[in-house]
Ligand binder design. Structure first.
Ligand SMILES: [Zn+2]
Length: 227
């Protein structure tokens, strides 16, 4: 009995360790959505940055929210980009801005959906959020509170930290692991198209890294920024 109990305990520890570190290969067809479809939505999250008026905003965080449940490759509901500097609201990261934008679109009495607030909250359970960089713990928590069906990110927090970004060092997978009491489960897909999302975050603290397409380096006051 002791031996059996011991081996089960070892298995439990091993399983916990694996779940905390392993993510699904983002090139698989998950929930019936192909990598090619998801890659195009992630490219749209990158191009959402143009909402900010520049292809190379310093805070290059873009989000799109998509409905994959009614059609293939899915329908865009709304976009969002980091609006800290535009609004002065430090909590308006791209994901929060997108959730706010989608809520307004879903409940617009003149719009395509005309949902009540209660219906809008339920609608999020069928939506997928794409963000070109892994969410901070605030946004990852907002994603879980919203009840999204899926959450897909490109560049990892680990890459952001490695490249000089100040980050709260809690990976999204930890937020997802800690939120199992919430009624809606959500699928996490990480590192999707990171080869294309990474360049948006590698130039800010590395003066020798090339600017994103459409931008050039401008030097001033000790800074070397793309604009
Ligand atoms: Zn955030």
């Amino acid at each position: 009995m002791n031996i059996k109990f011991h081996s089960m305990a070892v298995f439990t520890v091993f399983a916990t360790a694996v779940s905390a570190t392993v993510l699904a290969n983002p090139e698989l067809t998950i929930n019936g959505v192909s990598f090619e479809s998801r890659a195009n939505w992630m490219r749209l999250a990158n191009s959402a940055l143009e909402i900010s008026g520049s292809p190379c905003p310093f805070a290059a965080f873009g989000t799109v929210i998509v409905n994959h449940t009614d059609s293939n490759p899915g329908k865009l509901i709304c976009m969002g980009v980091n609006e800290n500097s535009k609004t002065g609201n430090p909590s308006l990261h791209g994901e929060i801005a997108a959730i706010k934008n989608c809520t307004a679109i879903l409940t617009d009495p003149e719009g395509d959906y005309r949902l009540t607030p209660a219906e809008a909250q339920i609608a999020f359970e069928g939506l997928s959020l794409y963000t070109n960089a892994e969410s901070c713990p605030m946004c990852a928590s907002a994603i879980r509170w919203s009840g999204f069906r899926e959450y897909i990110y490109g560049t990892s927090i680990e890459t952001l930290i490695n490249q000089g970004w100040g980050q709260i060092r809690v990976p999204s997978v930890n937020i997802f692991e800690a939120s199992y009491d919430l009624p809606i489960q959500s699928r996490l897909i990480g590192n999707l198209l990171a080869n294309e999302t990474d360049p948006f975050f590698l130039w800010q603290y590395n003066p020798s890294y090339p600017c994103p397409r459409g931008c050039t380096r401008s030097r001033g006051l000790g800074a070397s920024l793309c604009s």
